[in-house]
Design a protein around this ligand. Structure first.
Ligand SMILES: [Zn+2]
Length: 478
């Protein structure tokens, strides 16, 4: 029997066949949509995330990159992935600098003597055992430090007290990042013998916030320090105290003692496991968080939460009677905090990268997701419109903006399309990298709401044949 083509069906057929983009945009089936909705609702009703996070932060505690604790965390990760039922569970080991915190003290000497609360920046060199004492030069802004002439800080301790703006999306951290990352090198280049900075933080208490820094190689050899000067973060309150003393115009003299050490031969591990796809197991949806943390707290929000959220999402999918078509690869990255995770993963998985259909990392705390950015042309596709309906009840909107970047764990995977599930970060930098990053700050219901977003994303991306790479290769669709 032949079917008569009406004008309408003919033009519809022509429309479909005329556009390769339309061909790539197959809408998820009713079954796939209802399965995703069921996973979402199951997560909301209570996922494994909080229990995983409670175990990691209680039994392992802080997990400094390259430390014995990070190795224990990796063993926990392997056992956890196996308990969840993931396949191909293994670790990938790589070399890291084994930096370990020592004593850390600072004080104002001379007039108005008082203790300051500081913490060494990760990667900082040590002071001599009895410390360094020098006059301080206080900069209200980082730009003011950059404007200082060569030699202007000879023999001084440079102090940058610029505040960090807050906000839901954490953009202030990106804006101020170089104060921590590069400030010590910039100060050393101008002759400084020590560097203090206001914590990159939004809280108002005396918990200082650590984080990694690098000595920029181009500044090596500068002055007696060889470009490497000890560097620490002041608590927000202590930075404000220094600001008030600097306002008085009297000379400010500081003493600082930092005694970190570096252990040669340290390693870290990234833990990998798969929910094996039922039809296209070689196509990979990549999700994960980082297993290491700073040493001051127990790494609950950074990033035990990300590990717990993505693992709990994977568990919900692993437990289904039928797996999605594609493989979901779940990763607990090692040594993210010192900037070593992404390159290590990308080099091991170089041959896999052409099979990565989409990736997203979870590394912004334990609060719910409020917006999702998808790779180019995905938001307006039939898949994207379906996804938007599934996550709308979670209060999530699909952003018109493309993802900023893949994040610190994925940035070396240049050819992999990334999605960004933006969590509410209003209070993230109150806690981040400080002693206050502990389990008590995490609300189980918020964590489950985040899992609901992640499980919806991972399942819907894995149980489709939409190719996010070829969508992105098309001209932009309005
Ligand atoms: Zn993190």
């Amino acid at each position: 029997m032949t079917k008569t083509l009406t004008a309408a069906s003919l033009s519809a057929a022509l429309l479909v066949f005329a556009s390769p983009l339309a061909l790539a945009q197959s809408a998820p089936s009713a079954l796939v949509v209802s399965t995703t909705e069921a996973l979402r609702d199951k997560a909301l009703a209570g996922s494994a995330a909080y229990s995983l996070l409670e175990t990691l932060t209680t039994e392992i505690g802080p997990r400094l990159a390259g430390s014995d604790a990070e190795h224990r965390a990796a063993a926990w990760g392997v056992a956890t992935f196996k308990a969840v039922g993931l396949a191909n569970v293994h670790t990938e080991t790589f070399a890291v600098p084994g930096w370990t915190r020592g004593e850390e003290r600072a004080e104002i000497v001379g007039a108005s003597p008082q203790r300051l609360v500081v913490t060494a920046l990760g990667g900082s060199v040590a002071t001599p055992p009895d410390g360094i004492e020098a006059d301080a030069v206080v900069f209200r802004t980082y730009q003011a430090l950059l404007d200082a002439k060569p030699g202007a800080l000879t023999g001084k301790i440079a102090v940058v007290i610029q505040p960090m703006p807050g906000g839901r999306d954490g953009a202030g951290y990106g804006l101020n990042y170089r104060i921590r990352g590069q400030g010590a090198s910039e100060a050393a280049k101008r002759g400084a013998v020590g560097y203090l900075m206001r914590s990159l933080a939004t809280n108002e208490n005396r918990a200082p916030h650590t984080g990694t820094m690098v000595y920029m190689p181009e500044f090596a050899g500068g002055g007696a320090s060889g470009g490497k000067i000890p560097a620490a973060a002041l608590s927000v309150i202590d930075a404000e105290q220094i600001g008030r003393l600097a306002d008085r115009g009297a000379p400010l003299r500081l003493k600082m003692v930092l005694t970190p050490t570096v252990r040669v031969g340290a390693t870290a591990e990234t833990v990998v496991g798969d929910v094996v796809g039922s039809e296209r197991p070689d196509e990979i949806v990549l999700i994960g968080g980082h297993l290491d943390s700073w040493d001051l707290g127990t790494g609950a929000i950074d990033d035990g939460a990300g590990v717990a959220i993505t693992t709990a999402a994977a568990k919900l999918i692993q437990d289904l009677p039928r797996h999605p078509r594609r493989t979901i690869r779940v990763v607990m990255f090692g040594a993210e905090e010192i900037g070593k995770a992404a390159q290590a993963f990308a080099s091991v998985h170089a041959a896999d990268e052409p099979h990565h259909v989409i990736a997203s990392e979870c590394d912004f705390g334990a609060e719910p997701v409020y917006a999702i950015s998808l790779p180019k042309n995905a938001a307006g596709s039939a898949w994207g419109l379906s996804f938007a309906k599934i996550v709308a009840p979670l209060g999530i909107e699909i952003s018109a903006k493309l993802p900023r970047d893949g994040g610190a764990d994925l940035e070396a995977l240049k050819a992999t399309p990334v999605a960004e599930l933006a969590q509410d970060g209003t209070h993230y930098f109150d806690l981040h990298h400080s002693a206050e990053d502990t389990l008590d700050k995490v609300k189980p219901a918020s964590l489950d709401k985040a899992v609901a977003a992640w499980v919806s994303f991972a399942y819907l991306a894995a149980d489709t044949d939409v190719d996010f790479r070829s969508l992105a290769a098309q001209p932009a669709v309005k």
